[in-house]
Design a protein around this ligand. Structure first.
Ligand code: CA2
Length: 152
């Protein structure tokens, strides 16, 4: 059975490529999905790529990921939680409870930006963190999931 990698995108990431190109680049979310698909093919994984503007939906997906990881179907999650990164204790608790490896991802280097982007509720429960590599960071994060899976 081919293992799956889950890529979750949070609020406003559906706007990617349409506004703020100086910060987030000109790529659309569809471009990011294509890039993730290529990265998954390289690793022999199937891709499950999703976006939601709703905190509860992201939480439901993390719970689902916990079950899929426990049953061996899923290698892990790449999560760009958008602004929920900086606000969501609920997502923090969900990740902690789900016991699935989560790579926190940011397109921009959040630490070089406004101070309110420096704190993350995701980092303390993330297996790894990727920030500042633009949308190519998604491919790096998928390679990172594979590396962690091989290392055990
Ligand atoms: O750098 C990232 O990937 C972020 O997670 C993106 C979030 C931001 O709140 C985080 O601090 C860092 C924002 C996602 C919204 O993206 C937009 C893209 C184009 C136009 C408007 C918003």
């Amino acid at each position: 059975m081919m293992k799956k990698a889950l890529v979750l995108n949070g609020p406003n990431l559906n706007l990617l490529g349409t506004r703020e190109p100086a910060v987030y680049g000109a790529h659309t979310l569809a471009d990011v999905e294509a890039l993730c698909s290529e990265a998954c093919t390289k690793q022999g994984y199937a891709l499950d790529f999703r976006q939601s503007n709703h905190e509860g939906e992201l939480i439901d997906w993390i719970h689902e990921a916990g079950e899929a990881f426990a049953s061996g179907e899923l290698v892990g999650v790449v999560l760009n939680a958008g602004a929920y990164t900086h606000t969501s204790l609920a997502l923090h608790d969900a990740i902690k409870g789900a016991e699935v490896p989560v790579i926190e991802l940011h397109i921009s280097n959040v630490h070089a930006r406004e101070p309110f982007r420096h704190h993350s509720w995701i980092s303390p429960v993330a297996r790894g963190v990727m920030a500042g590599f633009g949308v190519r960071g998604y491919a790096l994060a998928i390679a990172g999931l594979a590396l962690l899976a091989q290392a055990g």
